[in-house]
Design a protein around this ligand. Structure first.
Ligand code: GLU
Length: 284
């Protein structure tokens, strides 16, 4: 018999909001489930502020999300040493880490420079959109190398996905998932022309660096999980397990997004409603 504690990894989960608006019920439920899973597994939760997109993120939403999480009663145990246990890790302060992963991928031959604008991609599209509605990149620049690019050009670095390979994982909530690389998703951006890592790279690098053992996120990110699994493999990191939560919809079946202001936690708080009323709605 194995002595207790041997080979058993401590459960480490994370809450990873992007400060692009007030948290809504859908986020609250995903975070609440992440918290329950960490508690059930006697593990810890890390809070990470995913603020990399300067066009969409606003600092006022960071404080708001911390207040909203506290209001809901969700607790996390770990933040960076310098900010105290309740301060979040901040992605915009971790660029050097993402850059070194990007350089490793580029030097490993996994990436190519792409000079297509968003409009070029739209224009060249014949294939249908990927499963998560991100356009399937048509491969215009697939055979380019850094030598083909003039220094003044705006370059996004894309990951060359192994076409026809199926990417599989067993989801803790949904069971076996299979995605067809090149069909369900195309070559995706890893490093943007403005020097910012893509969501895919930053989230994967952070989950690995923070030794996250299970990622709890919404089903809207299922295809992104498949993309990230390819990054884990290319960077020779062990991936966590995944638990995807069904998305909440409003009465007409439309997915809750941050723009549904009426469904923000702020709104519920302003109405004087109790967190327990929301929590009752959160059972899976
Ligand atoms: N920051 C991402 C978001 O708010 C989620 C990250 C993730 O769970 O991977 O949509």
């Amino acid at each position: 018999m194995r002595p207790a504690g041997m080979n058993e990894r401590l459960y480490r989960g994370r809450l990873a909001p992007s400060p692009t608006g007030y948290l809504h019920l859908g986020h609250a439920r995903t975070f609440w489930i992440a918290w329950q899973r960490a508690k059930q597994n006697k593990g810890v939760l890390v809070l990470r502020n995913e603020d990399l997109d300067p066009d969409r993120c606003r600092s006022e939403y960071v404080q708001a999300m911390i207040e909203d999480l506290h209001w809901l009663g969700i607790e996390w145990q770990e933040g960076p040493m310098e900010g105290g246990p309740h301060a979040p890790y901040i992605q915009s302060q971790r660029l050097a880490l993402y850059r070194s992963a990007f350089v490793q991928l580029r030097e490993g031959g996994f990436l190519y420079p792409c000079t297509c604008s968003r409009k070029d991609v739209q224009r060249a599209l014949q294939a249908p959109h990927a499963a998560d509605d991100e356009p399937l990149y048509p491969g215009t620049c697939r055979h380019k190398s850094a030598f083909d690019i003039e220094s003044a050009q705006r370059v996004n670095w894309r990951f060359r996905v192994p076409k026809r390979e199926s990417v599989e994982f067993v989801d803790g909530q949904l069971g076996k998932q299979v995605f067809d690389a090149g069909k369900d998703f195309g070559d995706f951006v890893v490093w943007r022309h403005d020097g910012i890592p893509s969501y895919q790279l930053a989230v994967m690098v952070d989950d690995a660096a923070m030794h996250i053992t299970e990622v709890v996120r919404g089903t809207d990110l299922l295809v992104s999980t498949a993309r990230q699994l390819l990054l884990y493999r290319s960077l020779q990191k062990t991936p966590p397990t995944f638990f995807h939560c069904p998305l909440m919809t409003d009465e007409s079946g439309i997915r809750l997004a941050k723009r549904h202001d009426a469904l923000s936690l702020r709104h519920f708080r302003a109405q004087g409603r109790a967190p327990s009323e929301l929590l009752a709605m959160f059972k899976l």
